[in-house]
Design a protein around this ligand. Structure first.
Ligand SMILES: [Zn+2]
Length: 286
């Protein structure tokens, strides 16, 4: 599969969605993406050890030398689990990213949305701290140490993924309404929209719809502290804890769908709604 036309098309879609004012930022950020490396799922059960063995087994021909020389990182875990995964690293103080993407996913009805999700991580990611010993990068609400041993206390990884996916779904819908397809057909895209809509939490929707426009730009630019201050630090921590509790209680989309009418589910939802309500109140004070 050829990655370049897919990346180009997606970049144009992002520019359309975020508007002209974000166009140069999008170009700047996408420059950090080395490429999408497509791979085939493994077909044998043989034990793999060396990088060469992995590259052979997963049919990765592109960037072979760079991966073997460790100029480009490989995630054995990503390959083994057959998932898509974005590797973030630094080279000579510059942020670099590479996306491993399974070929099988390209046959799925929600391929476009998965591509949007991964590329959106690339757009969000940027270096926020860089001295000779430490390099720290931020992507949305999540922070990564690229170099050095600085400790990061807070983790919003899970919250970031939930919000990130919600935005990817929004972009997917936006493109559908504009009749723009990346790889999927219009029918497949429609199916994906309905599929994602079935698994939406009232709490996430309330949060998303209340702060959408600020959230979209602040997350892309990286004005995360400003956004957190806007909705209130304590409220944000409560929201982060609520997300962990909810998605740890109801792990799969089936769990969430089947338990929707249970007392426990309703209680936990009400608790989340009141957290978002506090955020809304806080922004009204300003
Ligand atoms: Zn993600």
């Amino acid at each position: 599969m050829n990655s370049k036309p897919i990346i180009e098309k997606l970049v144009n879609c992002f520019k359309l969605f975020y508007g002209e004012s974000m166009s140069s930022l999008i170009d700047e950020r996408i420059n950090n993406l080395v490429d999408i490396i497509f791979y085939n799922n493994h077909s044998s059960s043989k034990e793999l050890g060396t990088i060469q063995e992995y590259l052979d087994e997963y049919n990765i021909d592109k960037y072979r030398d760079e991966i073997i020389n460790k100029a480009i990182p490989i995630s054995k875990y990503t390959l083994e689990t057959g998932q898509q995964g974005t590797m973030i690293y630094e080279k000579d103080g510059i942020l670099r990213m590479v996306i491993y993407f399974p070929n099988t996913t390209s046959k799925q009805f929600n391929y476009d949305c998965i591509l949007i999700h991964e590329l959106l991580h690339v757009l969000d990611e940027h270096i926020t701290y860089n001295d000779s010993n430490n390099i720290i990068s931020q992507g949305g609400f999540e922070t990564t140490v690229l170099k050095g041993d600085k400790q990061i206390e807070r983790s919003y990884e899970f919250l970031n993924e939930i919000i990130h996916q919600r935005i990817a779904e929004e972009i997917n819908e936006y493109l559908y309404n504009k009749d723009i397809m990346i790889v999927n057909t219009k029918e497949e895209k429609k199916e994906s929209i309905e599929y994602y809509k079935k698994d939406r939490s009232e709490v996430i929707e309330y949060f998303y719809n209340s702060f959408k426009s600020k959230l979209l730009t602040d997350k892309l630019i990286g004005n995360i502290d400003e956004f957190i201050n806007y909705i209130g630090k304590d409220n944000f921590e409560d929201f982060n804890n609520w997300i962990k509790e909810f998605y740890n209680t109801y792990v799969t989309p089936e769990d969430r769908l089947n338990k929707k009418n249970s007392k426990e589910y309703i209680d936990i939802t009400n608790k989340g709604l009141s957290v978002v309500e506090n955020m809304v109140k806080k922004t009204r004070e300003i």
